[in-house]
Design a protein around this ligand. Sequence first.
Ligand SMILES: *Cc1c(COP(=O)(O)O)cnc(C)c1O
Length: 368
Amino acid sequence: MANGLHFRTTRAEINRAALQHNAGIIRGLAGAASVLGVVKADAYGHGMISAAQAIAGQVDAFAVAFLDEALVLRSAGFNQPIVLLEGCFSAAELPICAHHNLQPVVHEQSQLDAILTSRLIHPLAVWLKVDTGMHRLGWAPDQVRRVYKELNASPQVGSVTLMSHYANSGDNAHPLNQQQEQQFYDLTAETRLTDHLSLANSAALVSASRDYEQFDRHWVRTGITLYGISPNPDQPVSSELKPVMRLVAPVIALRDISAGECVGYGSCWVAERDSLIATLAIGYADGYPRHCPNGTPVFINGQRAPLAGRVSMDMITVDVTDLGQVKVGDEAELWGPELSVHEIARHAGTISYELVTRVSARVPRVEI
Ligand SMILES: *Cc1c(COP(=O)(O)O)cnc(C)c1O
């Protein structure tokens, strides 16, 4: 695989034009806001370098989770600002951040201490994270004024951007959204940080009921929408997004079985009629979820066919009795433009984010 030679045709096709189309839609929605293209977790499983190349002209900066991911971008020659969404795990990372012009989030006292006691070659642009109600990362609102003062007074610090994260951005009606916004805007008034703000992720940006001007002069942090996956399938803008990933696997065997016979491990699918079973070269080791039950759709030759039997490590089995004309070598779509990743996620009892980020390293990403 390392040399790019693949005999198995199982692959994740990555549609570069779709990625650029989605980035364009985000740009339009963002209006006067700046766009942070979130490419953490290998661009949500789409391949970080090629995704970053595709959207580099359309975003104002990149965001990743941690330093190691940022260094992959720097090694590939990207020189845009990069935000580290979890900040630094140790003081040793700070000189590297300064050297590579990386912008760490500061969400915790040990991170603040490390910055205040460092001696850096350049002051760092940092992102001060406030916990407005998600209760995962960030300073309590009553600590923010003190932390901001300390950062602002430090010669190690250049600019400070105030950020927070919605706990329910996918649910417009959730009462916590407004409470979080209230907390956040109270703090911007207190710190007088009105130009360096960041609150919205994808779901908050595409939310039809939000007042987009609210985010003017903000940084909007968009990940999932870039990849053409709507954070909330019910939003109108979602239909304009184009799926970027198409997960494909070939049929490698076909067999007729009689009514009453079983398929797969545990014999958990029993044929109710004489059936034609196709075996496809993709399994849970490729990131196809083992939790997908019988009946999960697979798109073959222009039609949907139901999964029949347990997902194995390298293979799945599909009931193609009603399809006709399926042959060895035919290719199936597991998710993509014809089969929404949301639908497969629902069958697997998870969300689209998990499915795309877990397509494993042995599945080549093929740009189309
Ligand atoms: C990953 C991440 C995002 C991107 O979220 P999407 O829902 O993919 O747009 C935004 N903000 C933070 C803090 C994140 O960790």
